[in-house]
Write a protein that binds this ligand. Structure first.
Ligand code: 6R9
Length: 647
């Protein structure tokens, strides 16, 4: 059975409870046996052997997990492996001429790499780094946009057993310097510049400034992207010269212990300082490969596209390591969804006949806002599975995505995880579970998580509270393995716990709906509302493309609700205003009625697409905005400020 053979697929209806995965999908899925949950539970932690067996080990591990009662934990102890070997070498006998990478650059520029070609370039670059003196005690910082040389450099580091430290290319010189300083990183790979929305971004200037700001010496490799003959100074090397000098070199993959670091990545912590997260070679890679196989249903013959940036954890796990470990073709896109036109992504899905597409809810809401005519122009029938990650996915966006991108047929997985978790922890298994629009799903097999209510008591089901992960998982980072970070042991419990700081509600079937970060709750007149609940109510109003809700100070109620909404084309604000009020009063009650509804063409967003509610709160409070450097659209703030009414 192939896609389209189903007789009973009808129009999707918003508001339905659950959706069965279609038979044609289940018949071909990697994981289809519902007993996987019980089996993993009964065999825990040994069940995770299945994930480790997706990898090739240079030396087999002796124990699946040491330290089941508390840290230090050690996954796959005794085992040794090399991540680049697992992503490249082992695929050569079967698929050396299959595409590993498909790259789409700016204005139709594109390039492909077979597994053999990728293997060769990684080896040459690894040889160059080794000649430069890079060793396993070093950290190599990669400050590159979405170009093939970024995964090449990551895999070259992995081949040498050297941790990489990817810094998102859009970050500033200061942000780069802080991350290099804190990682004591003496090597930097960057480029002269790159094109974004048709204009050149001067990357090397930022890298130069960071190099000056860092206390220690830094050796730099520059990739020529703009072809402008940029002057390189002392301690600078040209990427292509290095490759040419090492063409044909083969570097023996350096095997690392399972819990040796594969990379570090910085994320935003609670303190305002970037927080370093270090992922391991064995546990991380096993967890990422297993979830890429079971949740994203990736097969070697697929063309798979995750539209995230490699600068974030999603790109590390599900553009580079997961797909390549499984030997599939992974698509890399250096561009935006609306340039040159708003059908750019759909054009690429058609061009490359993409099987599995993974993106962020914020992108889906933008697609909704632009309108269904853009995907309708293209043949998207190659798609088999859709996924989202990064934020709560409300039911109406879920339905739109399935209908207009997935042809009303593709299963949609809403995957919950974090930089800290390394790989997905909560989702549905698309070949096993019913999907519930608006809910991510249950903890995956082998993952144990529950909800603690406000008094810290573990609640069973049908409740709201804070998510807590109650057992270790293979993709956990070093600080959790060592017990030096974040995992806290409450006074009244002996068990180890990890608090992701996400607020959730759980239904009778154990399906978890993520409501937002715990600090996102709005307390109006002593009653707690979730921003997510309010937001999905506002976003559910016909004519509203996207919404954000924040609490701002109020003399009477303590906090008042401010709703920011971006309308779809052709809807009058006055009508929408009334419809939004009605929807909130109906869904939650008059007490949650917004004090102010502000219409704006766009919401302030980070470069990874997360809505920055902090800034909307500052606007509503008429406070100083503070640091807006993380925004990809800072210009929108002035517009929102001028339309927000304060008494
Ligand atoms: C992978 C990634 C982590 C935070 C996380 C949560 C939010 C991620 C989600 C989701 C609802 C989902 N988040 N996936 N919220 N539903 N499916 O995004 O990592 O950048 O570290 O962000 O993102 O709040 O705690 P990271």
């Amino acid at each position: 059975m192939t896609r389209g053979d189903e007789s009973d697929r009808g129009q999707s209806q918003t508001g339905r409870e659950t959706v069965e995965p279609p038979d044609w999908f289940v018949e071909q899925a990697n994981v289809t046996d519902p007993a996987v949950y019980d089996r993993f539970e009964q065999e825990w932690p040994d069940c995770w052997r299945e994930a480790a067996e997706l990898l090739d080990w240079a030396e087999p591990f002796e124990t699946v997990l040491r330290g089941t009662d508390g840290p230090p934990f050690e996954w796959f102890s005794g085992g040794r492996l090399n991540a680049a070997y697992n992503c490249l070498d082992r695929h050569l006998p079967e698929r050396k001429n299959q595409l590993a990478l498909v790259w789409e650059g700016h204005l139709g520029e594109s390039r492909t790499y077979t597994y053999l070609e990728l293997y060769r370039e990684v080896n040459a670059f690894a040889a160059a780094l080794r000649d430069r003196g890079v060793g396993t005690d070093d950290v190599v910082t990669l400050y590159l946009p979405m170009v093939p040389e970024l995964p090449v450099a990551m895999l070259a580091c992995a081949r040498l057993g050297v941790p990489h430290n990817v810094v998102f290319a859009g970050f500033s010189a200061d942000a780069l310097a802080t991350r290099m300083e804190r990682a004591e990183s003496e090597y930097l790979i960057t480029c002269d510049g790159y094109y974004r929305r048709g204009s050149a971004v001067a990357q090397k200037n930022k890298a130069d400034n960071a190099r000056i700001a860092v206390d220690h010496d830094v050796s730099v490799v520059v990739l020529d992207r703009l072809g402008r003959d940029v002057h390189l100074g002392d301690d600078y090397d040209d990427y292509h010269d290095l490759l040419a000098a090492h063409e044909g070199a083969e570097v023996e993959p350096v095997s690392r212990a399972a819990d040796d670091p594969l990379f570090r990545i910085y994320t935003s912590g609670t303190t305002g300082q970037p927080k370093a997260v270090t992922h391991t070679t064995g546990g991380y890679l096993a967890h990422v490969a297993w979830t890429a196989q079971s949740v994203l249903d990736i097969k070697p013959e697929d063309t798979y596209w995750c539209s995230a940036d490699i600068g974030w954890i999603t790109g590390h796990s599900y553009i580079v390591y997961g797909p390549l470990a499984l030997g599939t073709t992974t698509v890399l896109y250096n561009g935006t969804a609306d340039h040159p036109n708003k059908d750019q992504l759909w054009k690429l899905i058609e061009k490359y006949a993409v099987d599995v597409f993974y993106t962020a809810p914020t992108a889906v809401r933008a697609f909704m806002k632009w309108g269904e005519e853009y995907p309708a122009k293209h043949d998207l029938s190659s798609l088999r599975l859709l996924g989202t990650v990064g934020e709560p996915m409300d039911a109406s966006a879920w339905e739109w995505y399935r209908e207009h991108i997935g042809g009303g047929e593709c299963p949609v997985v809403d995957t919950w995880w974090q930089t800290e978790t390394g790989a997905v922890l909560v989702s549905t298994l698309p070949g096993v579970d019913e999907m519930k629009p608006g809910a991510a799903g249950t903890p995956l097999p082998g993952i144990e998580a529950s909800v603690v209510d406000l008094s810290g008591v573990v609640a069973e089901s049908d409740t709201a509270g804070e998510l807590v992960v109650t057992r270790p998982w293979p993709g956990m980072p070093r600080a959790l393995l060592d017990g030096t970070g974040w995992g806290s042991v409450p006074d009244n419990a002996k068990e180890w716990r990890y608090y992701p700081e996400d607020s959730v509600s759980v239904d009778d079937n154990g399906y978890i709906t993520f409501l937002g970060r715990i600090d996102d709750a709005i307390n109006v007149a002593g009653r707690r509302f979730s921003t997510k609940e309010l937001e999905s109510t506002v976003a559910g109003v016909t004519g509203v493309a996207e919404a954000a809700v924040v609490g701002a100070d109020d003399e009477t109620t303590g906090t008042a609700v401010y709703a920011f909404a971006s309308p779809e084309d052709g809807y009058a604000e006055s009508e929408l205003r009334a419809a939004i009020e009605d929807a909130i009063v109906n869904a939650i009650g008059g007490i949650a009625r917004p004090k102010e509804i502000v219409f704006t063409p766009d919401l302030p967003k980070t470069r990874s697409g997360k809505v920055m509610r902090r800034l909307l709160t500052a606007v509503a409070n008429d406070d100083e905005l503070g640091d807006t450097s993380a925004l990809r659209n800072p210009e929108i703030l002035g517009e929102i400020q001028s339309t927000t009414r304060r008494e």
